[in-house]
Design a binder for this molecule. Sequence first.
Ligand code: PLP
Length: 402
Amino acid sequence: MTLDNTSSFAPIEMPAVQTRLTQAEEQVLLRVLREGKTLAAGPEMEAFEKEWTAFTSCADSMAVCNGSAALELSAILSGLESGSEVIIPAHTFVSTAVPFARTGASVRWADIDPETRLVTAGTIEPLLSPRTKVIVVVHLYGLTVDMDPIMALAGRHGALVVEDCAQAPGARYKGRRVGSIGDFGCFSFHTHKNITTLGEGGMLSVRDKKHGEQARRLRWMGNWPFPGPRERYWLPAMGDLVEPIPGRWPHNFCMGEPNCAVGRLLIKRIDRINSQRQRQAQRFMHPFLDFGEISFQTVPEGCQHVYHLMSARYDGWACGKTRDDLIQLLHEKYNLKCIVQYWPLHRTELFSRHGFGLADVPETDRFFDNMISFPWWSDMPEDLIDDMAERVRLAIDELRTG
Ligand SMILES: Cc1ncc(COP(=O)(O)O)c(C=O)c1O
């Protein structure tokens, strides 16, 4: 069968940008550019970090060039090395795992809960060993992981906890913002995220202030001010070059000043963006209450969903149909372009070739093989949401009888 589209429906597909800047925000950006203050590590970055620290109630925050860099810093600061083990969800975006795999530690893949589609203390516990140094959790699709039992487990085993918050900035777990619960919180401000700082950007939040200073030393190639005053300001050089932490080379993970200026503006309206996405999610999901084949993530008590993505599982086995039948029909007849996320990492060439191709994660496999992700962005018009839901209902009905 061909995938050519001959539908009479108007196309619906994921846009390039999730959240657009307002005109007032564009003016602030213009001010930064006109003042010419674009030298990295300037006043916008300093202010953005302070405001993010206050927003998340963590001990310290470091602005970085993207979410992958934040994860990379947390992997380095965790002190992982060959011989140690790190537990990571098999169901996540690749950036969650590469920084940890690169350290030489062994990756143990954790399964997901079939209802929330997130890791839990129950899926992590069987993987713990005396060599476990780090547990990585991901607030995937925008839903917060049930953190308390995981923090208790980590505490008993002396493991550090890294929260990958790329998809859930501003989400709360039992009243606390994500990124302030574990030892490290890693945020992404990529174009596809709920808030974006002009395409790329990220933040590392830490619980221990010591990690804040270490991250800053790692972030800009070991450039560091000399301690105290110098008799002649130009000697021995403009700045010192330090070993950021024992035995480690530094990186350049700096975030630009215009990006930080935009980040500061978006902190002010992130809660509004997230609430709006919650409202549009309720509107989209409601028409499927009587459609047993489609199930969305369950949101447990105390957890919050900020709907970075609109993912669902399609169980069409009762009428002999698969997720691929549904995506194909939606694409060809209804001009609705859905996608599949996230390839279980142990099943990919990248991780198999590096020796991480084995995992016992049946729920991850089941979800991935049946999942469907709908086009989704901030400020989706209500009539478009209704239209999309109607097309999906029609397609599911058709698969029941066809
Ligand atoms: C779960 C998750 N972790 C990490 C990242 C990496 O963020 P970035 O693209 O900013 O490097 C992303 C998104 O891209 C993500 O979705």
